[in-house]
Structure formats: C-alpha cells, structure tokens
Design a protein around this ligand. Structure first.
Ligand SMILES: Cc1cc2nc3c(=O)[nH]c(=O)nc-3n(C[C@H](O)[C@H](O)[C@H](O)COP(=O)(O)O)c2cc1C
Length: 190
C-alpha cells in the first residue's frame, strides 16, 4: 500500500485537494492529511462544506488519516516514518516561503522539511496570480531543492467542458508525477 502526505493550505483551489484525496482514496492509498488554519477557512468557503466533517469524521474511510496541523509529534513529523511522497495542494505563497526557508512552524511545514531532508518526493501546487519576484524566487529555490512545482494551469487542447475537466487535468498531472495510474483526464492524442 502506498503512503502519501497531503498538505492543504489557504491558497484558492481547495477543490484540487478534494479531488486528489478522492483519487488516492479510491486507489486505497494510506493518506495523511494536514490542513493549515487558512486552508480550513478557504476550503469551507470554496466548497461550502466543513473540512473536518468531510475528512476527519469520514468513518467509512480507512484511507484518509486527518492530523492536527499543530501536532508536531504526529508520525509525519519524523523522517523515520516512511512515505512515498508529499503533495502541498493548493500551496499558498506563505507556506511556499516557509518551506523554502526551512521554517517548520507547523506539521505541514515540518513534513515538507522532512520530505526534503530525506530526499523524498515533494510536490507543490502553488497558486497565486500575478506572481511577484519573491514568489518566483521561492519556486525556483524549491525546485532546486528537488521539489516538483506543478502550478494549477489547466490546458485547453483537450477541449475541457466543465470545471471538473479543468480540475482533473491539474490533479491528473500531479498523479502522473507521483506515478499513480489514472484516467481522469484525456491525454494529448489519446
Ligand atoms: C478566499 C481566500 C483566497 C486566498 N487565495 C490565496 C491564493 O490563491 N494564494 C495565496 O498565496 N494566498 C491566498 N490567500 C491568502 C492566504 O490564505 C494567507 O496568506 C494565509 O496566511 C496562508 O496561510 P497558510 O499558508 O498557513 O495556509 C487567500 C485567502 C483567502 C481568504
């Protein structure tokens, strides 16, 4: 069974995280989820459903394990806890800056720091527009540290018709990078 960490922050685009979790759950992966305070607020606003109800109280799911972002003694805070990768989706510019600086002031940032120090896959899905020079420099720095930067930029060559199509394209590209098989978007010339 694959084991992933999903970190959700207060950038716009909670729907990307929701879709990613649905796919990983369907794949019966073990998924450790932690959400920043701003991430919780934006999720509740954008998806109009309480994130705790959707994730933490989902008794039917053996797959999603919800961790308090202030709990720095959670398993994912330690490098000895083996995982197959971490995805920060969506990734705010604030969390991007903290990860890039090795700040580790909450569980999400610490888990990302662990991924970098253990040379495990770290994928960031940074969302902001327009981007200032600090944002761009932080993305470059994170990329140089070995992380994958996958901005949520849907393509239009596959003729998307719905918001789901756009979301699936972005999440599909994250899954491609993780090496998880899926068919949630139509590939070029498929
Ligand atoms: C509705 C809403 C949308 C936001 N969208 C973004 C965004 O797209 N990108 C971003 O970097 N910050 C965005 N922010 C601001 C972040 O939530 C804010 O910087 C916060 O401190 C990030 O904290 P976190 O990184 O701990 O989640 C948004 C805030 C709100 C309320």
């Amino acid at each position: 069974m694959k084991r992933y960490i999903v970190g959700i922050t207060g950038a716009s685009g909670s729907i990307y995280a929701k879709r990613l979790l649905e796919v990983l759950e369907a794949k019966e992966a073990e998924v450790y989820v932690t959400v920043t305070e701003a991430g919780r607020q934006v999720w509740n606003d954008e998806l109009e459903v309480n994130i705790r109800q959707q994730l933490g109280d989902n008794k039917d799911s053996n797959s999603i394990i919800y961790l308090d972002n202030q709990n720095l003694s959670a398993p994912i805070a330690s490098g000895s806890f083996q995982t197959d990768g971490m995805i920060v989706i969506p990734c705010s510019m604030a969390t991007l800056a903290s990860i890039t600086q090795g700040h580790s002031s909450n569980l999400l940032e610490r888990a990302a720091d662990v991924a970098l120090k253990e040379k495990r896959q770290l994928i960031a899905v940074p969302r902001e527009t327009p981007l200032n020079t600090i944002h761009l420099e932080n993305m470059l720095k994170l990329s140089k540290l070995g992380a994958d930067i996958i901005p949520p930029m849907p393509a239009f060559y596959n003729q998307p018709e719905t918001i789901d199509d756009l979301v699936n394209f972005v999440v599909g590209r994250v899954l491609d990078r993780l090496g998880v098989e899926h068919d949630i978007y139509q590939r070029w010339k498929d």
